[in-house]
Design a protein around this ligand. Structure first.
Ligand code: PMV
Length: 338
């Protein structure tokens, strides 16, 4: 019997542009986690997944295309285990489809619990690569940032290596689930970021669930129609991400807020914001947030606001009043503990 967990995540800056080879920065959310519990079951029963939160159970053999089944099967193949009889129970505190990395966290907890059950040690890089398989199902053209930050559990600078310059490849174009994208067979550039001074973010949830692949697909269509304009937006975001990294490493949160605001303006121009996100962002800024932007794929999900000790409470209250369905605070430091 084994148990393992994995954290949620936030994208601080660079979402969407990261799919096109620009850098992005992601942070772990260590206080909300997904958990996997693996227990042996009766001989011949096969592998069963139980998700009590969703009131759903299935045998992986009956639903092999389910993203969770796929991760379990990929992991058993990786461990060279042709047949297993297991009951796997998955639970999570991380809201689904809200930009907090719920899918990647569940898959990571599952991979870790299976590794522990069979007595294997996996590096964060191996865990991340296995989880990437399921991210492809959820996202279509995932950059790999979610599985990376969740597996490494620290603030990271992430750069995807593209197969052809600036060309994200859809799963349907190039690969099947058992055949990873060429884009990711080249290891992404990953660097931990040493955050010099802790900073506090407040997360406001619009309560609108948004499947990542929809805004990602829309950006792709727009980029194909107007590549020059979108490449310019992606490049500007890449430059901002570099400035944000410098601000984090220098411990300069006065620089950070305005840079997050510019990132938001570019995301809105890209077409991935929404009236609900803009409403929460405006409320946070009016209550004294140093900067605010959407986080993740957009069109719903969450926004983040940078606050200091003076504005923290005001901003949280303003977000609740503006209709945020959930308001969480997280302090980011190099160890990223709350
Ligand atoms: O919706 P999320 O939090 O999983 O964020 C997706 C981030 C994107 O950059 C929009 C897509 C990706 O694969 O990086």
């Amino acid at each position: 019997m084994s148990e393992a967990s994995a954290p949620g995540k936030l994208i601080l800056c660079g979402e969407h542009a990261v799919v096109y080879g620009q850098p992005a920065i992601a942070l772990p959310l260590l206080t909300i986690r997904a958990r996997a519990h693996v227990a042996p079951s009766a001989s011949g029963s096969g592998v069963w997944i139980h998700t009590p939160d969703l009131d759903h159970s299935w045998a992986v053999i009956d639903e092999p295309d389910d993203p969770i089944s796929e991760v379990a099967l990929a992991m058993l193949r990786h461990l060279d285990i042709p047949h297993a009889d297991l009951a796997i129970t998955l639970t999570s505190d991380i809201p689904i489809a809200s930009g907090m990395g719920s899918g990647a966290a569940i898959a990571t907890a599952l991979v870790r619990a299976l590794a522990a059950h069979f007595g294997h040690n996996l590096t964060p890089g191996e865990v991340s690569a296995l989880v990437y398989t399921s991210e492809q199902r959820y996202h279509g053209t995932p950059s790999g940032i979610d599985n990376t930050v969740v597996a490494y559990e620290q603030a990271i600078w992430f750069e995807r290596r593209l197969p052809k310059q600036g060309h994200p490849v859809a799963v349907s174009e190039q690969s099947s689930a058992s055949q990873p994208l060429t884009a990711q067979t080249q290891a992404p550039g990953i660097q931990p970021i040493a955050v010099a001074a802790p900073f506090t973010l407040i997360i406001g949830d619009t309560g609108i669930r948004s499947a990542t692949r929809l805004p990602v697909g829309e950006v792709r269509r727009r980029w194909q129609t107007n590549p020059a304009h979108y490449d310019a937006l992606f490049n500007q975001i890449g430059t901002l991400v570099l400035q944000i990294k410098r601000a984090l490493v220098a411990g300069d949160s006065t620089m950070l807020g305005p840079l997050l605001n510019i990132n938001q303006a570019l995301l809105a121009e890209m077409g991935v914001s929404s009236p609900e996100l803009e409403y929460l962002i405006t409320a946070a800024r009016s209550a004294g947030a140093l900067g605010a932007k959407l986080s993740g794929a957009g069109w719903g999900g969450i926004m983040i606001a940078l606050t200091d000790t003076d504005t923290h409470e005001h901003v949280s209250m303003a977000l609740r009043r503006a209709g945020a369905t959930r308001v969480l605070g997280t302090t980011i430091s190099t160890t990223a503990r709350r």
